[in-house]
Design a protein. Structure first.
Length: 265
């Protein structure tokens, strides 16, 4: 299983290295997301985190099969993205166990190299969260305004189940689907607010239908106002709003992981 763990860690590092270049090229997106975060996003994300944990723990308790996942089949626990941190955390524990067996005791003090490495790793991860969250919102939330409630639920469920590739248990993936549904409601609320009709006054020349010769004719048209809705702009704003909440949630998870790691070492 140690070989599998090392392969997973190498894969995570390689994937982040590839995505880091794209994140740097789209750093304007990250800056826009960070500038949009307000205290209400942090408080709301904390509340959502409690909801997600409650759903996951409830599923694990009452539906034991949801404790299983791809990671359990490989002998791995937790989110694959945090595998390097788990490895760094297990090293001093293994050294302490070896010392209790009579082996050489580990050097006292804080393992600063590991601490700096874990902090840098999480820093890079947090810097990439806006890009990753934006990509997921485009894939799973864009177009929700055209879906029925049932299809929205299915979309949120797919969003959660896709996270099984992160080697998390099934219950955790279903709980992530709950977060996906919340992001979808944020998307819809923003879309409906931004998709307000706009009155457009034509300049006086309006295109008519194609004539009998196959040519479009431009003739003097009526000057009455036209009511239009810019769906493209409304969608962009809605995706951005959901991205801000999504990135805030992920960042809080990373902060909690870092605090937990520092407390353990």
């Amino acid at each position: 299983m140690e070989t599998v763990r090392l392969l997973v860690i190498a894969g995570v590092v390689a994937l982040l290295a590839v995505r880091a270049r794209t994140a740097w090229q789209r750093r304007d997106l990250a800056v826009a997301v960070w500038r949009s975060i307000r205290p209400r996003h942090v408080v709301g994300a904390l509340g959502l985190m409690v909801l997600v944990l409650t759903v996951a723990l409830s599923l694990w308790t009452f539906v034991p099969v949801t404790r299983l996942g791809v990671g359990s089949l490989l002998g791995l626990d937790g989110n694959v993205i945090f595998a390097p941190i788990e490895s760094a955390l297990e090293a001093p524990i293994e050294q302490a166990e070896q010392a209790s067996d009579g082996s050489a005791s580990p050097a006292p003090g804080v393992p600063w190299v590991d601490v700096l490495g874990v902090t840098a790793f999480l820093g890079v991860l947090v810097a990439m969260f806006p890009l990753l969250a934006h990509a997921e919102e485009l894939a799973f939330r864009l177009g929700w305004e055209d879906l029925s409630l049932g299809r929205q639920v299915l979309s949120a469920l797919r969003f959660g189940l896709v996270h099984l590739i992160m080697l998390i248990p099934l219950g955790a993936a279903l709980a992530v689907g709950v977060a996906g549904f919340v992001y979808g409601r944020i998307y819809l609320a923003t879309y409906r607010r931004e998709a307000t009709p706009t009155v457009v006054y034509p300049a006086g020349r309006l295109p008519l239908a194609v004539d009998e010769h196959g040519f479009s004719r431009l003739v003097l048209g009526p000057r009455s106002p036209i009511v239009a809705v810019d769906r493209g702009r409304a969608r962009r704003e809605a995706v951005m709003a959901a991205t801000v909440w999504h990135a805030t949630f992920n960042t809080l998870v990373a902060v909690i992981v870092l605090v937990g790691y520092l407390s353990a070492v």
